[in-house]
Structure formats: structure tokens, C-alpha cells
Design a protein around this ligand. Structure first.
Ligand code: NAP
Length: 261
């Protein structure tokens, strides 16, 4: 296995009992990183921690709580006060029609997908700069680059985060602290399953038919495996990735059709 040069480092991986967060925590743990993982549901979180520890033998700490609240973030930072790596993640906003969303729904989405990562970056980035090593990866979405009609709040809130970190990434890079975003296209997680169910209901087809349609429409002929996402996250956190700064890496099997960029 490729040596990422980060064994012994400490990471906070937010929203990591399932899906993409879990895959990132697993890949970092495989690289020898002591991970602190968070989620709201204790049982699933503990199960995931046990699974990661069993697979890698490395230390896994759990913090149960809502990362979109101040209390959830403080508990996470108390468990891992000086992280070398921060993976920002939270549940995505609901699917639907923007006409059905009021200020409360928008505030929730902006809080979860823009302000929460910014608050965690604020709490950790100066320490990383002082220690001359830091890797921050924000899990955003392919919707930042190519808007998804039924995910208006994701399109909007995540674009705000992307704009903010584009500026900050250039201010901290001289301290060997990098900030980059990973933009998932369709990865087979609970979140994607609920999106497929939503579309299947709308089109009056079965879940399986919708998944097949979704897979066939991708250049790879399939949807992504979360493990592939975790590997990309660990790569961005590698010691040798210090010159990758302020990038938005789209992991979508080539679904976004462009010659470059
Ligand atoms: P998932 O399979 O539903 O997993 C979400 C994880 O986040 C769970 O561990 C969940 O545990 C935790 N979580 C959710 N809200 C939380 C909160 N407020 N505080 C702490 N933990 C929380 O979702 P996923 O597919 O991995 O998606 C991760 C992110 O990527 C989401 O923002 C999603 O919108 C985005 N995304 C995913 C895809 C995809 O294809 N999968 C594509 C584009 C974007 P608890 O519920 O127990 O808290």
C-alpha cells in the first residue's frame, strides 16, 4: 500500500458512522491516523468505530452528537483538540421544490453545509498553521459544479462554503495547511438510496429500475463505491499533497461532460 506519510497523525472526521464520512475515516485509519468520528446515532457510530478498529488496529474515538450545533462541535473538539486533519461533512439538505422551503429550511441547510464547516475550520486552522501541518477536506457535492434541480439548497449552501474556502486556502497554504473540497457524484450510500427512491416514486418505477437507469447514464456504467471516495480523501491528506491547494476534485465517474475543468 502507498505510504501516505501521515501515520501517527490525528483526524476529526465529521458525520462518519455511514457513507462517505465512514469511508474517509476508514481510509485515514488504514494510513495509520488516529481518527475521531462523529454522528448523532450512538449505536451505529460505535459499530463503525469497532469495524474500523478491527480492520486497521488503530485508535478510533467516537463523539456522539449533532455536528451542526455548537455543543456537538465543542464535544468533538474536546475529544480531539489538536487535529492534524479535519474532514468536514454533515447530512445533505432534503430533495424537493424550492417553493416548498421557507427560511427555517434554508437556515438549516446553510448551517449544516456552510457554517458548520467554517466554524470547525475556524477552531482548528490556526493550530495547524502553528504546527506547520494541516489537511482540511470538505465533502461538498457535484452540485457545486453542476446544479441538481431537486437539490436547490445543496446547490446554494455548498457554493457559499466553496467560495469562502477558495480564499482561505490561499492564506494558510504557506504554513503547509491545505484546504480542498471533494465533490461526490453518485456514491451508493443511504443518502443516494433516498435520492433514488425519491426519483423512482416521481417516475413511478421501482428502486432497482431507477438505480439501473442511474448507473447506465454514468460513463462508468455504475455508481461510485464509497471506498473509492475514502481513498481520494486520504490522498488529499497525504504528506506529499501540500501543493494541492484550494482545489475542487469532482468524483463522478466522468458524468460532468467537459474537456477540462
Ligand atoms: P449518508 O450515507 O446518509 O451518511 C450520513 C452520515 O452523516 C451518517 O453517519 C449520519 O449519522 C451522519 N450525520 C448526518 N447528519 C449529521 C449531523 N447533523 N451531525 C453528525 N452526523 C451527522 O450520507 P452520504 O451519502 O455519506 O453523504 C455525505 C454528504 O455528502 C452529504 O452531505 C451528502 O449530501 C453529500 N453527497 C453525497 C452524495 C452521494 O452520492 N452519496 C452525492 C453528493 C453529495 P447520523 O444520522 O446518526 O447522525
Amino acid at each position: 500500500m502507498l505510504d501516505l506519510g501521515i501515520a501517527g497523525r490525528k483526524a476529526i472526521v465529521c458525520a462518519a458512522s455511514k457513507g462517505l464520512g465512514r469511508a474517509c475515516a476508514m481510509a485515514l485509519s488504514r494510513a495509520g491516523v488516529a481518527v475521531t468520528i462523529t454522528a448523532r446515532t450512538v449505536e451505529a457510530l460505535e459499530q463503525t468505530a469497532a469495524g474500523i478498529h478491527a480492520a486497521t488496529g488503530n485508535k478510533v474515538t467516537v463523539v456522539a452528537g449533532d455536528i451542526t450545533t455548537e455543543a456537538g462541535r465543542q464535544a468533538t473538539l474536546a475529544a480531539c483538540p489538536q487535529p492534524d486533519i479535519l474532514v468536514n461533512n454533515a447530512g445533505g439538505p432534503p430533495h424537493g421544490d424550492f417553493r416548498d422551503w421557507g427560511l427555517d429550511e434554508w437556515n438549516k441547510a446553510v448551517n449544516a453545509n456552510m457554517l458548520t464547516p467554517i466554524m470547525l475550520i475556524k477552531a482548528t486552522v490556526d493550530g495547524m498553521c502553528e504546527r506547520k501541518f494541516g489537511r482540511i477536506v470538505n465533502i461538498t457535492s457535484a452540485s457545486v459544479k453542476s446544479p441538481i434541480p431537486i437539490l436547490g439548497m445543496s446547490n446554494g449552501a455548498r457554493a457559499g462554503l466553496t467560495g469562502f474556502v477558495a480564499g482561505l486556502a490561499r492564506q494558510v497554504a504557506r504554513h503547509n495547511v491545505t484546504i480542498n473540497n471533494l465533490l461526490p457524484g453518485p456514491f451508493l450510500t443511504d443518502r443516494l438510496r433516498s435520492g433514488i427512491e425519491f426519483e423512482a416514486r416521481k417516475q413511478n418505477v421501482s428502486f432497482e429500475e431507477m438505480l439501473e437507469k442511474r448507473s447506465a447514464s454514468n460513463p462508468t456504467g455504475r455508481v461510485g463505491d464509497p471506498e473509492e471516495f475514502g481513498a481520494a480523501c486520504a490522498f488529499l491528506c497525504a504528506k506529499a499533497s501540500g501543493f494541492i491547494v484550494g482545489q475542487n476534485l469532482l468524483l463522478d465517474g466522468g458524468a460532468f461532460n467537459s474537456t477540462m475543468g
